[in-house]
Write a protein that binds this ligand. Structure first.
Ligand code: SF4
Length: 493
């Protein structure tokens, strides 16, 4: 039967679904913005970058790029789409060199178009410069305005370009110019900056965005997450420290800093949701950290029930922890549909309401006639939670108790996470009881900020707030967020 002849009620029953892009996603989940991967000193730099970026694909699906140097010249390729769509064997073999920086991008700052795909490549008076970043420069619009008034012409709409202009305008040599430029930036960012003879790796003074170092033989690798090291057989060395700057060149690696470290404030949502469960942050495995969140959540908000289930994939670890703590069996009450390909069909609002069924299914044989505890990582607008609760009810659950492994998400992020405006965040205006009614749950509880610190901060002993940024929960942003009366949230990369 052709699509045209297919009865409309069958439209969404196939084994594909619209994964959506950005704000029009059928899920109102938060979006990670970017992932970076760098190599210094390996003859297969491009291939390593390919595998590394593939492991970081969950951090950005809109574009991918790799820039390689052999010490003489840059070779690079960037494209729109997934890493496996952008690169093939021929493209990788056209990228010879032993140093590289790579990037996967999901962005709302700047357009979704090829000129904004990273690494961004520039020619300046000292040669070639490539830039890859993860995060957001809060004062980028202000710096950009000042640079444009002083005569700079920007090639992209990406705010990341400001660092290239700041470096190019400096009269100092590259490393000192980069330090001066980084000192002018306010926000949460992890940078890889590459010339034909140097690689610079830098983290913001609060360490808001994750960035780690690994080793493979004599080569140094850098990645937003350690899962990318595992894939290429590299060893994890350590996280890049707040305000730290590493310089790699023919003399090896030099550990330096461009700014004094401020209070450590690694994004709490990396622990809760973004990073892969096989990654490590601050030496802690993410699956283990999420299990602890589930255990603490159970201590804080026990409810008598028959089964515990987690919204796949990010909440399964926490659901196992909740089940272990309470003795209520963990069951696969929700499964994610296997096929994760993308189509470009945008569902209408009416079909969007049904769209969740294409991504998730409730398992009737598990939940029918049962009181279910449903664990999820966050509630953003509330629409997705309501749909999932209703899926469980339609499959026969007699009660649905929702437990969330984060505190209520009330404030937008200024440090690289795509969040809706404050007015669209359901917890910014509604009480827990009002949200419970909205999502049609029998009960609703969130992990407390103290509980989150207890579950995660134990890995960061002694740091204020467990070394976490929790601004989207408590409105306590680690940096200034408005410049010239303008607040810039979202992502720079
Ligand atoms: S505001 Fe929230 S999402 Fe943004 S960096 Fe801080 S903890 Fe992460």
């Amino acid at each position: 039967m052709s699509d045209a002849m297919m009865p409309s009620q069958q439209l969404w029953t196939g084994d594909y679904y619209n994964e959506g892009t950005g704000r029009s996603d059928i899920f109102d989940t938060l979006k990670e913005e970017c992932g970076v991967f760098g190599v210094f000193g390996h003859p297969e730099a491009a291939s390593l970058s390919y595998y590394g970026l593939h492991a970081l694909q969950h951090r950005g699906e809109e574009s991918a790029g790799i820039c390689v140097t052999d010490g003489e010249q840059f070779n690079y390729h960037r494209g729109m789409g997934l890493v496996k769509e952008v690169f093939d064997r021929d493209k990788l073999s056209s990228l010879p060199g032993n140093r590289s920086i790579g990037h996967v991008r999901y962005s709302t700052s700047g357009d979704s178009r090829l000129t904004n795909a990273q690494p961004l490549i520039f020619k300046y008076r000292d040669g070639d410069l490539a830039v890859a970043t993860n995060g957001n420069i809060v004062n980028a619009p202000q710096i950009r305005r000042e640079l444009e008034q002083a005569g700079s012409i920007f090639q992209t709409t990406s705010d990341t370009e400001v660092i290239a202009h700041l470096i190019a305008r400096s009269s100092k040599e590259f490393v000192e110019a980069a330090k001066d430029a980084l000192r002018q930036l306010v926000g949460g960012f992890a940078f890889l900056l590459m010339t034909n003879n140097k690689l610079i790796v830098a983290s913001d003074p609060h360490g808001l965005r994750p960035l780690t170092m690994g080793r493979l033989g004599d080569a140094y690798l850098f990645s937003s997450e350690t899962c990318a090291f595992e894939v290429v057989g590299a060893e994890i060395i350590r996280d890049i420290l707040p305000g730290e700057l590493l310089v790699l060149d023919e003399n090896g690696m030099r550990e330096d800093r461009y700014a004094e470290p401020q209070r450590k404030a690694l994004c709490a949502m990396e622990y809760i949701y973004f990073s892969r469960p096989d990654s490590e942050l601050n030496g802690a495995n993410l699956h283990r950290a999420r299990k602890q969140m589930g255990q603490v959540l159970a201590q804080e908000s026990f409810v008598d029930a028959d089964v515990v289930t987690g919204v796949p994939d990010s909440s399964i670890s926490a659901a196992i922890g909740y089940a272990e703590q309470t003795g209520i069996p963990y069951e696969l009450g929700l499964i994610k549909n296997k096929y994760t390909g993308r189509t470009f069909i945008q569902p209408s609002q009416e079909l969007r309401e049904q769209g969740v069924k294409m991504k998730l299914s409730a398992v009737r044989g598990v939940v029918e006639g049962k009181r279910v505890v449903m664990i999820d990582d966050s509630i953003v607008r509330g629409t997705t939670s309501r749909r999932i609760v209703n899926l469980l009810r339609e499959a026969g659950a007699t009660e649905v108790h929702v437990r969330i492994t984060s505190p209520p998400f009330k404030n937008p992020c200024f440090y690289g996470i795509d969040t809706p405006d404050r007015a669209e965040l359901i917890a910014s205006s509604k009480s827990v009881e009002e949200i419970r009614q909205e999502i049609n749950a029998d009960s609703l509880q969130f992990l407390t900020p103290d509980g989150l610190i207890r579950a995660v901060g134990g890995f960061n002993q002694g740091d204020f707030k467990g070394g976490l940024c929790m601004a989207c929960f408590d409105n306590d942003y680690p940096t200034q967020t408005d410049f010239d009366g303008e607040e810039k949230f979202g992502c720079t990369c």
